[in-house]
Design a binder for this molecule. Structure first.
Ligand code: HEM
Ligand SMILES: [Cu+2]
Length: 533
């Protein structure tokens, strides 16, 4: 019997208890991570179907499949689901939960029951959001006042859901912060912490610091809708711009809650598949914390054309440019790590490299948006839609997929079909770029976002985008199908198929319930590939 088969026969976190309740009631961080993953991808599919409906409507000018009102509902539900139910919990809730204790040599997170409670809150939030699906919510996921003061029932329901989900996020952040401070194995000094853990740390600070702001803002919006207290409604002496500032004070940092862990995943994958130590470890750590810090100061770039002093405009524009520096440091260090490395192009590395490529496009078009002169033209056009899909989908979702392929054998003790994984990666990559590259051009030509109709001259590019969006969707179906099949039926994997030196790979795959037979002692950092290998 091979090593792989024996590991899977042993008692591990997957087979130690059976039945639905043993999962729902579990306080094991690994099971909780997998439950988040399953629920989130379920919502991802629903959000994706809404996206394809939106794209189908835009295939031709004039009414194609739905009327204007239904169109507004479709893009709102797509945005709300993708943001609040999928990408904000995102990598921390899934891979973060699964890997954090394993990577620092701990048995679990510091508060396992609180972790389970966070997941339950997530489910509750999702259930409340589900009711909003039937209430003709059409405000866009941003709930901008004063329009969000009109359809009160739907707005109260959807924002209550976001409020509950926010609590789930704060509690996860708190749990991770204390875990990283208190649960590191002997010898796991701060300077040896894996870079993915550093990004979870920076993210957790943002989750704890910024999420309460949106909580209070949404609460005010709920109160305004329920009791007409006049905070945001100009007809009652309120100020709608106040809502928008408070909203973006959270919702810009949230972009970094979403993207930083994806960067952490890339930092883990690149050294393993280049067989070289990570280049500039400290710079990468400072860059993560720096990005988190700056992200709290740039929210005004969403409101350049909403009316603000020239001084404020210059300041927000300048601060936004600053984010490019730590980001560029990261890209430089990844490339320097690969330099003269012995690179293997397995599927995790393909995803990691496409992350770098796509995020570079996201970042550089972000600079165009942060520039005052061009912002006035691009604001609220398809240029923005393309930019944030390169960030959220090209960046965060592709980063998540990189991690899911890399740690798949760790999670399930099985392997997916690698050739099919490469092929589906290609379909996804082509589908994604084909969908969103034309939207940059549409935006430059003046196509506004959130419109159900457009003049006939935009039809060509819209058609290209719609056709490729189905290729994009097919790509996801292939990727997820491959992984889902392999989770149950894949070939058994050895416990460390990619020969990684990181702590999580030094135990069985799938791990035993308490992760390690005994708490490990750490004597080195995790990136000593190459000369010292
Ligand atoms: C198959 C993949 C996807 C396609 C084809 C797609 C397509 C679209 C379309 C057509 C819109 C409407 C634009 C408008 O009329 O203004 C939109 C909006 C949006 N999408 Fe996606 N999308 C996809 C995936 C994603 C993902 C993965 C995320 C986040 C993780 C996301 C987040 C958003 C958000 C936040 C909006 C803004 C909604 C609003 O304006 O209120 N999308 N998407
Ligand atoms: Cu922003």
């Amino acid at each position: 019997m091979s090593e792989a088969e024996t590991a899977n026969d042993k008692l591990n976190y997957l087979n130690c208890e059976k039945g639905f309740l043993s999962w729902l009631m579990s306080i094991d961080h690994k099971r909780i991570g997998l439950m988040y993953m399953a629920s989130m991808f379920l919502f991802f599919v629903v959000g994706g179907i809404f996206a394809l409906a939106v794209r189908t409507e835009l295939f031709s000018h004039g009414e194609t499949i739905v009327n204007a009102q239904a169109y507004n509902i479709l893009f709102t539900l797509h945005g709300v689901i993708m943001i609040f139910l999928f990408i904000v919990p995102g990598i921390p809730a899934t891979l973060g939960n699964f890997l954090l204790p394993l990577m620092i040599g701990a048995k679990d997170v510091v508060f396992p029951k609180l972790n389970r409670f966070s997941y339950w809150l997530y489910l509750l939030g999702a259930m409340v959001a589900f009711f909003a699906l039937f209430m003709k919510l059409d405000t866009g996921w941003t709930f901008y006042a004063p329009y969000s003061l009109e359809n009160s029932r739907a707005v109260i329901t959807a924002t209550s859901a976001a409020f509950i989900l926010g609590f789930s996020s704060i509690l996860t952040g708190l749990n991770f912060l204390v875990t990283i401070h208190k649960m590191r194995a002997p010898g796991m000094q701060w300077g040896r912490l894996p870079l993915f853990v550093w990004t979870l740390y920076a993210t957790a600070i943002l989750q704890v610091a910024a999420t309460p702001i949106i909580g209070i803002t949404l609460l005010l919006l709920i109160l305004e809708n329920a009791l007409n207290i006049g905070v945001f409604d100009p007809s009652k002496g309120g100020d709608p711009l106040l809502f928008e500032h408070l909203f973006w004070f959270y919702s810009h940092p949230v972009v970094y809650i979403i993207i930083l862990p994806a960067m952490g995943i890339v930092s883990e994958i690149v050294p393993v598949f280049s067989r070289k130590p990570i280049f500039g470890y400290k710079a990468l750590v400072y860059a993560s914390v720096g990005i988190a810090g700056i992200s709290l100061l740039v929210w005004g770039h969403h409101l350049f054309v909403a009316g603000m002093s020239n001084f404020a405009r210059y300041l927000f524009s300048f601060l936004t440019f600053l984010v490019a520096i730590p980001t560029a440091v990261k890209v430089f260090n990844w490339v320097a790590t690969m330099y003269k490395g012995s690179i293997s192009w397995d599927s995790p590395m393909l995803y990691a490299m496409s992350f770098v490529f796509l995020f570079l496009i996201a970042g550089t078009t972000g600079i165009h948006l942060a520039t005052l002169a061009t912002n006035a033209h691009y604001h609220d056009t398809y240029f923005v839609v393309a930019h944030f899909h390169y960030t959220l989908q090209g960046g965060a979702v592709v980063g998540l997929l990189a991690g899911m392929h890399f740690w798949f054998p760790k999670m399930f003790g099985r392997m997916f079909n690698e050739s099919f994984a490469k092929f589906s990666w290609l379909v996804l990559f082509i589908g994604f770029n084909g969908t969103f590259l034309p939207q940059f051009v549409l935006g430059m030509q003046g196509m506004p976002r959130r419109y159900f109709d457009y003049p006939p001259e935009f039809e060509g590019l819209h058609r290209i985008s719609t056709i490729f969006s189905f290729v994009n969707g097919l790509g996801y179906a292939m990727v997820l199908g491959n992984l889902l099949y392999a989770a149950f039926k894949g070939k058994f994997a050895t416990s460390n198929p990619y020969l990684s030196k990181s702590l999580e790979w030094q135990t069985d795959s799938p791990p035993i319930k308490d992760n390690f037979a005994e708490i490990p002692r750490v004597t080195d950092w995790t990136y000593s590939y190459g000369a010292t290998q």
